[in-house]
Design a protein around this ligand. Structure first.
Ligand SMILES: Nc1ncnc2c1ncn2[C@@H]1O[C@H](COP(=O)(O)OP(=O)(O)O)[C@@H](O)[C@H]1O
Ligand SMILES: [Mg+2]
Length: 224
């Protein structure tokens, strides 16, 4: 499915752009072929330098993680990549949580299912690392959660030795903190005092990592 897809086919089989590209973000196409729909995250429209550095790197990372996630029930299947600058994945029919503001009530057990998924991919040696962004979780039309956007994810095999194993541990904790963040937003009565304390405690390491990330982002925005 979608194996022989070329970048030049995308405008033809496009059935709705999910997001227009920006200087640092890819275009996201919704495409349809033989009655099957897929989502294509595509850096080919980004400027040369960004496309060939950050773009290729993120697509390579995301594809690598999707391969590790084969048969994982809480993520879309990957159909493949195109020229190293785009990734084609299964469309999840549903709504991403970025659309649900404070006060919305998730379906019963939805957040428990998110926790099960997180335990499951951690069991496979993967940390998502960007789960605090609500748009990276989709509430499927089947009422189940699906996790997308694995470009920042890391695996325990790559981060197995000191001191980088500490980064992996940090990302594992952050994935759990992301669940607390969702609970605080949608079901605050379900947050235990320990979870609340842990969530509010921002370690120096976390602030340090965030400062580096923000500087890198500013830098990328300046050079593209
Ligand atoms: N497989 C998918 N099925 C349905 N919607 C998707 C899918 N992948 C991405 N989207 C939509 O596109 C948005 C951006 O995709 P994402 O992979 O998170 O890109 P980015 O890395 O730019 O954040 C998501 O928040 C979601 O709304
Ligand atoms: Mg995202």
């Amino acid at each position: 499915m979608f194996e022989s897809l070329k970048l030049s086919d995308l405008p033809t089989i496009n059935c709705g752009i999910l997001r227009e590209p920006t200087s640092t973000r890819p275009i996201i196409w919704l495409v349809e072929q033989d009655g099957v729909r897929a989502v294509v995250k595509d850096f080919s429209a980004n400027k040369f330098f960004f496309r060939n550095t950050v773009g290729r790197f993120l697509i390579w990372r995301e594809a690598k993680i999707y391969r590790k996630l084969r048969n994982f029930k809480g993520a879309p299947a990957m159909y493949g990549t195109i020229d190293g600058v785009a990734i084609v994945i299964e469309e999840i029919q549903g709504t991403d949580l970025g659309n649900y503001k404070k006060g919305w009530r998730p379906p019963d057990k939805f957040l428990d299912s998110v926790k099960e998924l997180v335990d499951d991919f951690h069991g496979r040696g993967i940390a998502h690392c960007d789960l605090k962004r609500a748009p990276n979780i989709i509430l499927g039309h089947d009422g189940r959660p699906y996790i997308i956007d694995w470009g920042a994810s890391i695996s325990d095999m790559e981060f197995s030795f000191y001191p980088v194993n500490l980064i992996y541990q940090k990302c594992i904790q952050d994935d759990y903190k992301a669940i607390t963040k969702l609970k605080l937003r949608y079901t605050p009565e379900a947050v235990s005092p320990e979870e609340r304390d842990e969530y509010c405690h921002r370690s120096r390491a976390e602030r340090f990592m965030r400062a580096i990330r923000d500087r890198l982002r500013d830098f990328c925005q300046k050079i593209v």
